[in-house]
Design a protein around this ligand. Sequence first.
Ligand SMILES: Nc1ncnc2c1ncn2[C@@H]1O[C@H](COP(=O)(O)OP(=O)(O)OP(=O)(O)O)[C@@H](O)[C@H]1O
Ligand SMILES: [Mg+2]
Length: 260
Amino acid sequence: MSGRTLIDVRDLWKSFGDNQVLKGISLELIEGETLVVLGPSGCGKSVLLKHIIGLLVPDRGEVLFCGRNIFDMSVKELGEARQHFGMVFQGAALFDSMTVGENIGLPAVERKGMRGQELETLIEDKLRLVGLEGLSGLRPSEISGGMKKRVALARAIALNPDIILYDEPTTGLDPIMAEQINELIRDTQNKLSATSIVVTHDLHSACFIGDRVALVESGRIEFVGSTDELMDTEDKAVRNFIARGRANLGPRESDRAGLH
Ligand SMILES: Nc1ncnc2c1ncn2[C@@H]1O[C@H](COP(=O)(O)OP(=O)(O)OP(=O)(O)O)[C@@H](O)[C@H]1O
Ligand SMILES: [Mg+2]
């Protein structure tokens, strides 16, 4: 890890009507790390990610990307900044009318005008990386939930982004498929040397893929630290969250957290 701050989230506030969702979130993403954002359903994880790529605008606060507030950027500048990002949306968000290959190739077609053999090669390369070689011609309706997540990952990494954002990559999958996706995420970090934010409420997944963990509860950051520090802390909110998530932990992690 080089220690350079790639993304600096500063005192982010966001409400929807009466619903105050983000209540002063501050968080740094360091180049080379995998930062896991943990938290219960509805605490604001997806809303936070959407601010980080500029899909939502905060009521107050900043998101600095390489030192510049993305909410001060022009549409063109924001578009350029987004080229550095790949995003795996919660629920995959594939286009059903397109084939798997067309879904994966979409960013390359739209952003780079890529066509022909170069495009085919890119699609096959990325499909191989996620273990789905030869399935380019299928439609999303013809593949399983786990395969859809892998296609979404292949699309997110198609242009070798510097930063990959994953929203609940393992939610809704059976344990074996979830483990495969966890391994794929770890593999991808190693192969691409990308910096990542992984949003999840799965503690096991967090321990497996994360370097650091941020726990969000009710729109606030309750804790930030290494996965070891997460397991060792006496912070009450963290202990409660871990106790609730213990069903997700493997024996070694349960041991580590003193949950026997
Ligand atoms: N576009 C929106 N308009 C209005 N309310 C929204 C919008 N997006 C999110 N919310 C609300 O913000 C809160 C946080 O939502 P968010 O999707 O960030 O939760 P989450 O932590 O990602 O939950 P989950 O783990 O279930 O995905 C919820 O109360 C949700 O209803
Ligand atoms: Mg969410």
